[in-house]
Ligand binder design. Structure first.
Ligand SMILES: Nc1ncnc2c1ncn2[C@@H]1O[C@H](COP(=O)(O)OP(=O)(O)OP(=O)(O)O)[C@@H](O)[C@H]1O
Ligand SMILES: [Mg+2]
Length: 319
């Protein structure tokens, strides 16, 4: 197994001709850095004096950022609140070259995960999230159907936050338009993903869908059954330090991780689905696409924070 010259040539040429649409749960990862020097007189808690803040795109927005970082042409379709977090998220997406269509829903807050950090330690994480309204979700479905023809590959990035209420319908529409749909799944009922081209569960997500396994053969049996039940073309199980396993019509193929150093594994799954979509949109075959995605994941876990891989970095590692 190796990366073919043809794959490298395609990546080198240009990856921005074919358009990719990401639909799903967007989030804002927010970091407040501060100093703690005393305990509050009001309650036995530390007082953090904040001197630095940082916002990063999370969830489906991180998937989109990963595609743009690799030189892809990407549009993000989702719902946000009508608030300051949404405005900040849009600002970051512009800087990151991600196009977007974010429906503002006055009745919810943009999903924010706020971490307060002092002396390199997380003091607390505060999550802001509400389920989007029915009307806004219908509006998104409507936009989806209107714009889908422009895109080559669709990613549904499900973080279980309610932004993907119309998953089955979206897959059905994509198929009607002959588009490939890749799904990063969540939850225990995977019937909503029936007919997708491919899903990319990690081990926990596979377990939630199929139940546990006691050995490798049982994992394989569970995965193959899931792939057949859901009528998928491919199933890719990402297995953290064990790499990944691809299930196709007739084959089961393992790919060892290529990570050399591991600093931060968060967001590796986003890098995997982003890279896969970009490869498939550019007519790179599935086995090569998975190998490139595995290499991209190996690079990203060596970086601090939810990071992304650039096209130049990827090419350096391919050669
Ligand atoms: N600890 C690790 N050591 C080596 N490689 C890793 C490690 N964790 C992740 N990877 C690489 O990243 C890929 C995706 O990771 P993983 O299976 O953990 O996805 P995930 O749980 O969806 O990640 P996340 O939800 O944090 O984005 C793996 O298939 C592997 O290539
Ligand atoms: Mg994941």
């Amino acid at each position: 197994m190796h990366i073919q010259q043809e794959t490298i040539d395609k990546i080198q040429q240009s990856l921005n001709q074919k358009k990719i649409l990401v639909v799903g749960d967007v989030m804002l990862d927010r970091y407040w850095f501060g100093e703690v020097n005393r305990i509050s007189p009001e309650a036995p808690v530390p007082i953090a004096r904040i001197n630095e803040t940082e916002d990063r795109p999370g969830g489906a927005a991180n998937v989109a950022r990963n595609i743009a970082s690799l030189g892809g042409n990407v549009t993000l379709l989702s719902v946000v609140g009508d608030d300051e977090a949404a405005t900040n998220l849009e600002k970051i997406l512009v800087e990151d070259n991600v196009k977007f269509k974010l429906q503002r829903d006055k009745s919810i807050d943009t999903i924010v995960k706020l971490r307060v950090i002092a002396r390199n330690q997380q003091l607390i994480r505060l999550d802001f999230e509400k389920i989007p309204s029915h009307e806004i979700l219908l509006k998104i479905l409507d936009s989806y159907e209107k714009i889908i023809e422009e895109f080559e590959v669709i990613i549904l990035s499900d973080y279980g936050k309610g932004g993907l209420a119309h998953t089955s319908k979206m897959i059905e529409i994509a198929k009607k338009h002959n588009k490939q749909v890749l799904v990063d799944p969540k939850g225990s009922d995977y019937t909503k993903y029936i007919g997708a081209t491919m899903i990319t569960p990690n081990k926990t997500e596979l377990k939630d869908a199929t139940g546990n396994w006691n050995n490798e053969q049982e994992l394989i049996n569970n995965a193959i059954k899931l792939k057949n039940d859901l009528k998928l073309e491919y199933l890719l199980v990402t297995r953290s330090e064990e790499g990944m396993t691809l299930f196709t019509k007739n084959d089961t193929i393992n790919y060892d991780t290529v990570a050399q150093e591991v600093f931060d594994v968060s967001g590796a799954g986003d890098t995997v689905i982003a890279t896969l979509a970009l490869m498939l949109a550019n007519d790179i075959d599935i086995s090569q696409a998975v190998q490139v995605a595995n290499i991209a994941a190996g690079i990203v876990v060596g970086k601090l924070g939810t990071a992304a891989v650039s096209k130049e970095e990827l090419l350096r590692h391919l050669e």
